[in-house]
Ligand binder design. Structure first.
Ligand SMILES: Cc1cc2nc3c(=O)[nH]c(=O)nc-3n(C[C@H](O)[C@H](O)[C@H](O)COP(=O)(O)OP(=O)(O)OC[C@H]3O[C@@H](n4cnc5c(N)ncnc54)[C@H](O)[C@@H]3O)c2cc1C
Length: 224
């Protein structure tokens, strides 16, 4: 288990990361919290109460924990949140398109109705935009940049695209979209956390706005 704390040895100046073994005194593993979605994963409460730590428990350099965490989190955000959200949205759009080709109502395929087409078209456009942004952010990391502004944009855009796509999917599938016989209702429940974990949409928007106020148009001049 990785735990963070201010490091007294560093004069309380920095945050340090520590590895804490299961079974350490003062470290308690609590209940597995039931959740709206992602029910195949666990979300467990951990309590740290005066856990004795020595230098062997230190992860990385003393007082450098925040930098280490931020560097790691940026990449995790891009891959495990941004790319995963886009992948899920793409899968859900494929299911929507298949259903729109097959489902017949009023003598037509529902995919022939323009209001259904709008939901398909908006989903496709938003997914492609999110993918391009993701690739641009990954390219910036490959060039040695920290990519933090683009990663924040990917996080917000991919998470919110996924939310809109799964919502439209429930609509396109009609009553079947609400039933547990199909995976759509599960995708809908699982999507909600993407706007919350790894920094909420509000926090990432705050970071983007702060950067815009500081850097000006350099922030969105990303074509090179
Ligand atoms: C399934 C799941 C998995 C998770 N996985 C991880 C993980 O692997 N690692 C990890 O570290 N955390 C993880 N988390 C925690 C998650 O990152 C936090 O729940 C999330 O960052 C929001 O923090 P909070 O719950 O304390 O909400 P709060 O910070 O209390 O926020 C509540 C509301 O206030 C808003 N808000 C707060 N501050 C501001 C502000 N300054 N300006 C505007 N609005 C604001 C928030 O956007 C939100 O809408 C996980 C949570 C869940 C449910």
């Amino acid at each position: 288990m990785v735990s963070a704390g201010t490091d007294a040895a560093a004069g309380g100046r920095g945050i340090s990361l520590f590895l804490v073994d299961k079974g350490s005194p003062g470290f308690t593993i609590g209940r597995d919290q039931p959740m709206m979605g992602l029910r195949g994963t666990s979300h467990v409460e951990l309590t740290f109460d005066d856990v004795p730590l020595d230098r062997q428990c230190l992860l990385g350099a003393e007082g450098a924990g925040l930098r280490l965490a931020l560097e790691t989190l940026g990449r995790v955000r891009l891959a495990q949140v941004g790319a995963r959200a886009i992948g899920k949205a793409t899968r859900v759009l494929d299911l929507m398109a298949d259903y729109a080709r097959e489902r017949q109502q009023f003598g037509s395929r529902i995919g022939d109705f323009q209001l259904i087409q709008q939901m398909l078209a908006d989903s496709a456009s938003e997914i492609v935009t999110a993918r391009l942004l993701l690739h641009r952010a990954a390219w910036e990391l490959d060039q040695g940049g920290d990519g933090r502004d683009l990663i924040a944009m990917v996080k917000v855009h991919a998470a919110e695209t996924l939310g809109r796509v799964v919502d439209r999917a429930v609509q396109v599938f009609g009553g079947m979209g609400f039933c547990q016989d199909l995976p759509i209702e599960r995708y809908y429940r699982d999507a909600r956390i993407y706007r919350i974990f790894d920094g909420t949409s509000e926090i990432h928007r705050t970071a983007i706005a702060r950067s815009l106020l500081k850097r000006g148009s350099g922030l969105y001049d990303v074509i090179s």
